[in-house]
Design a protein around this ligand. Structure first.
Ligand SMILES: Cc1cc2nc3c(=O)[nH]c(=O)nc-3n(C[C@H](O)[C@H](O)[C@H](O)COP(=O)(O)O)c2cc1C
Length: 245
């Protein structure tokens, strides 16, 4: 039985909420928590970078409550309406407040599924942002259901949720095959951890990531593994040269 977190990132409980509620019904047997970001007080990041450098955020509000729920879940479904081709500000605030996750992700290997609604436009650019987020967080992009207001009420293919359900069971993670982009991003983060931020270095060493081809054991073929390693050495070389200048 998996623990699924569903996040409605809209400031209101209407189109995205309704679609997420339909999707929630596909998870009988699992433990579901459904939250609306509008029910939480999450302030905008002030840019102090204390989370990156010291591992603490001095803003006292509900951001950590939501971020902690994401850490505790086995799988996360994030719903968002398109706002000017992007996510709404209140949802963005949560991700910004978890900025350190770009360096020290506490949710690697979890599947994330996205649900979007729009009047007509912007789905592609919104999904591009979401997909990039998954690469940075080291999570598994498990697909999406994207609706315009013209087809909002039409059924979606239940099969779309198969990948998400599969990887919500942690035992299946070993079968996952990360993309080249994910491998390269892993090594970029590794170089930053080893050469730039001391807090990242400690975290990466404690997690045992430094000697690994990816965050966790999964399917990586020998060529991808080698390319990842060479890319890491290349980046490390550039950074150490610049450090000594
Ligand atoms: C501030 C704002 C910006 C929006 N931007 C777009 C847009 O760029 N393209 C579009 O087709 N619809 C846009 N919409 C419409 C919403 O994406 C659409 O109505 C969505 O389904 C609302 O979801 P909700 O009911 O969950 O809030 C926008 C709506 C708002 C309020």
């Amino acid at each position: 039985m998996a623990k699924i977190l569903i996040i409605n990132g809209s400031p209101r409980k209407k189109n995205t909420y309704g679609l997420l509620k339909r999707i929630e019904k596909e998870f009988s047997g699992d433990t579901i928590e459904f939250i609306n970001v509008s029910d939480y007080d999450v302030k905008a990041c002030v840019g102090c970078e204390q989370c990156l450098r010291k591992g603490v955020c001095h803003i006292n509000d509900d951001a950590t409550k939501i971020l902690d729920k994401m850490v505790e879940a086995d799988g996360i479904i994030i719903g968002a309406p398109v706002y000017l081709r992007q996510i709404p500000g209140n949802l963005k605030n949560i991700f910004d407040r978890g900025c350190a996750w770009y360096h020290r992700s506490p949710i690697v290997g979890k599947p994330i599924f996205f649900v979007t609604t729009t009047q007509v436009t912007g789905t592609k650019s919104l999904m591009s942002y979401f997909k990039d987020l998954t690469v940075q967080w080291g999570v598994i992009y498990a697909g999406s259901i994207n609706k315009t207001l013209f087809n909002l009420e039409k059924p979606y293919k239940i099969k779309k949720l198969d990948k998400f359900k599969k990887y919500s069971n942690k035992d299946n993670i070993i079968k996952y095959r990360p993309s080249m982009k994910q491998i390269f991003e892993f090594h970029t983060q590794k170089v930053l951890a080893s050469e730039i931020l001391p807090l990242d270095k400690t975290f990466w060493e404690e997690k045992g990531y430094m000697d690994k081809p990816y965050f966790y054991t999964c399917r990586i073929n020998i060529v991808t593994r080698l390319l990842g390693y060479l890319y890491y050495k290349f980046l490390q070389n550039i950074i150490s040269k610049n450090k000594t200048v």
